[in-house]
Design a binder for this molecule. Structure first.
Ligand code: HEC
Length: 154
């Protein structure tokens, strides 16, 4: 007969195994296609406001030539009529970048889901872009301040 401790140990590790199997499934980032369908499709299927349409190889060619880290980062922080994160606050940079890669693949490119090294490059590029945005806003703020002081001095 098995000692009771062993049985207990076994059932505990079974519970642990079930929990471990469940946990990553919940934390798993969404696939590019599922993000596309739930968030990006609204604009990138129709091409509203000149959004590059999914499958339009001619529209995607110059974008793909910008490079995966550059395009993913710039789209994530928002560019012209393209809202930051495609308008979905909950999207992570990785999920967003997977959606970009998926759209690029559907439009003549060969981009893969970004690996750790590519994610790092995308993140650095996004930070660089945000720093430039912050500097532009600070410049605008300083200009407003100067104008206000001039009016007050009159
Ligand atoms: C509300 C509409 C809208 C949604 C939703 C949207 N986009 Fe866009 N997107 C645009 C528009 C409009 C442009 C074109 C911007 C321009 O060039 O003026 C664009 C451009 C882009 C570009 C090219 C950026 C560049 O540098 O020219 C990428 C990449 C992109 N979107 C990815 C996505 C992804 C991924 C999603 C979903 C997570 C998404 N978009 C959701 C409207 C949208």
């Amino acid at each position: 007969m098995k000692p009771p401790q062993l049985t207990l140990l076994r059932s505990t590790s079974l519970v642990a195994a079930v929990c471990l199997a469940g946990a990553p499934a919940l934390a798993q980032p969404k696939t590019g296609e599922s993000v596309y369908r739930s968030v990006c499709m609204a604009c990138h299927d129709t091409g509203v406001a000149h959004a590059p349409k999914k499958g339009d190889a001619a529209a995607w060619k110059p974008l793909i030539e910008e490079g995966q880290h550059v395009l993913s980062a710039h789209a994530f922080v928002g560019v012209r009529a393209m809202p930051a994160k495609g308008g979905d606050e909950k999207l992570t940079l990785q999920e967003f970048s997977r959606a970009v890669a998926w759209m690029a693949r559907e439009s003549g490119g060969d981009w893969q889901d970004p690996d750790a090294a590519m994610m790092h490059r995308i993140s650095l590029e996004a930070e660089k872009r945000l720093d430039a945005d912050i500097r532009a806003k600070q410049k605008l703020k300083a200009e407003l301040h100067r104008q206000d002081q001039r009016r007050q001095a009159r």
